[in-house]
Write a protein that binds this ligand. Structure first.
Ligand code: PMP
Length: 447
């Protein structure tokens, strides 16, 4: 019985999906001939095959079959101005016709840097690179150079990018890594204050930095202040990874939560809706390590495409658009989505969580564990399959999210009506899935 109802539901949802996405299916078959796995990153893939997207405009994307989706993935959250924002496209066009690439100093780089220094009181000087991964990598290097120490403490399960060191305690697969990968990283539960105090005390002679992801903190919780005090007391630089949390306010998570880091890392949004970008900055005494005009042995930073003129032009246009009013709008839309999703779970009587801050909404079944060690990930099979099919059902109704389907982000071009339609879609999808959930994942049925 249990498998029968799940099989029926799977057949229905997958058939609906296949009927709408025939050209994507054909494209996936062809892609598999040339691209390992058919797509170039895991989260762009889902069963039975992903939709192939052809163009985007405002908050919508269109696939090969001409289907329209309200995009809640937004180039992995980076397009918070929506797709092809005209002012950014114009900046790109203008820059591309003047200077497409430059192995030289350009004035636009310090104009870009100034925009960060003006927004973040903790940032005196900036450097640019090509991804959030690189930004965090260089920030850790700066912290190590500044302190002369080696160990970086981070929250277990918190994502900071794709180098072997950054993947410690995040990615379950260790295939291809050496046994020494991440040897200088201590991954722990930063919410456990007693343990954090003991850790700082025990390792004080070795600690180069505390690396935190700005989106993991809940408003009203003073954990962040506690960690700030700990870092100050032990002279350990606090590295705030703002790659994701930049979108919360003009001064990112630091302004939003009222805390100042020593080094900040940026990516995603700062490149103007989809271009490859990364940046990091911080206090004068730390960033001076990169200054070859004063240092006998400056910290090395390279990168062929770092601060590429086109990316910088797009970044400047984006940051100028991102005013306090714009952030308020993004966050209001996100709060509307969260409230709507919560209401849908409650009304249908299914246990789910909707968390996150402002324009970032994390949604899923059951409860989200704040300590999410992938090696302990233990989602029951039936629940995982229902979650997959629910996401597919939402896609069929015209709502696009990434592979795992948990992170929903709002963008400037969205309207209240777009959000309300998505909420109503979730309501319908949950109602349809309820009998299946009752059989295949009955622990998720509310009282
Ligand atoms: N840090 C955080 C908090 C992120 O969310 C990400 C990307 N999702 C990164 C770093 C890595 O950025 P990128 O994908 O640009 O390398």
């Amino acid at each position: 019985m249990k498998t029968e109802i799940l099989t029926q539901y799977r057949t229905k949802i997958e058939n609906d999906y296949r009927k709408k996405t025939k050209l994507s299916k054909a494209a996936f078959k062809e892609a598999q001939l040339y691209v390992a796995g058919g797509v170039t990153r895991e989260t762009c893939y889902w069963k039975p095959y992903p939709v192939f997207v052809e163009r985007g405009e405002g908050c919508r994307i269109y696939d090969l079959d001409g289907n329209e989706y309200v995009d809640y993935n937004n180039a992995f959250t980076s397009s918070l101005l929506g797709h092809t924002p005209p002012q950014v496209v114009e900046a790109i066009r203008e820059s591309a016709t003047k200077l497409l690439g430059a192995g030289a100093a350009t004035q636009s780089i310090h104009q870009f840097a100034k925009l960060f220094c003006d927004r973040y009181s903790s940032v005196d000087k900036m450097r640019f690179c090509c991804s959030g991964t690189e930004a965090v990598m260089y920030a850790c290097r700066a912290a190590r150079a500044h302190t002369g120490k080696e160990k970086i403490v981070k929250h277990i399960g918190s994502y900071h990018g794709g180098t072997p060191e950054q993947e410690v305690a995040v990615i379950a697969s260790t295939r291809g890594l050496t046994s020494n990968s991440g040897i200088d990283v201590i991954a722990t539960n930063v919410y456990d204050r007693q343990a954090m105090k003991a850790l700082f005390e025990k390792h004080q002679t070795e600690l180069a930095g505390l690396l935190l992801n700005g989106v993991w903190f809940l408003k009203g919780d003073d954990t962040l202040m506690f960690l700030r005090d700990l870092c100050t007391r032990y002279g350990v630089p606090m590295i705030m990874d703002e790659v994701m949390s930049f979108r919360l306010a003009m001064g990112g998570a630091q302004e939003y939560f009222g805390v100042e880091a020593d080094i900040s890392c940026f990516g995603k949004y700062i490149g103007g809706a989809g271009l490859a970008v990364g940046a990091f900055g911080g206090r004068e005494e730390i960033m001076t390590g990169f200054d070859y005009t004063t240092q006998s042995e400056p910290i090395h930073q390279a990168g062929t495409f770092a601060a590429n003129p086109v990316t910088v032009a797009a970044g400047i246009a984006s940051l100028k658009t991102l005013t306090p009013k714009y952030f308020t709008r993004l966050n209001n839309l996100g709060n509307r989505l969260k409230a709507g999703f919560n209401k849908a779970f409650n009304e249908i009587g299914i246990k789910g969580y909707v968390m996150g801050e402002g324009s970032l909404s994390l949604m899923g079944f059951g409860e989200l564990e704040m300590v999410s060690d992938p090696r302990r990930a233990n989602v029951p099979e039936g629940q995982a399959e229902v979650a997959r099919l629910l996401q597919l059902a939402m896609t069929v109704k015209g709502n696009y999210v990434a592979g795992s389907g948990t992170l929903w982000t709002t963008t400037g071009p969205m309207t209240d009506a777009d959000i309300d339609k998505t909420v109503s879609d979730l309501h319908k999808c949950l109602a349809e899935a309820k009998p299946v959930i009752a059989e295949a994942a009955h622990n998720l049925i509310g009282e």
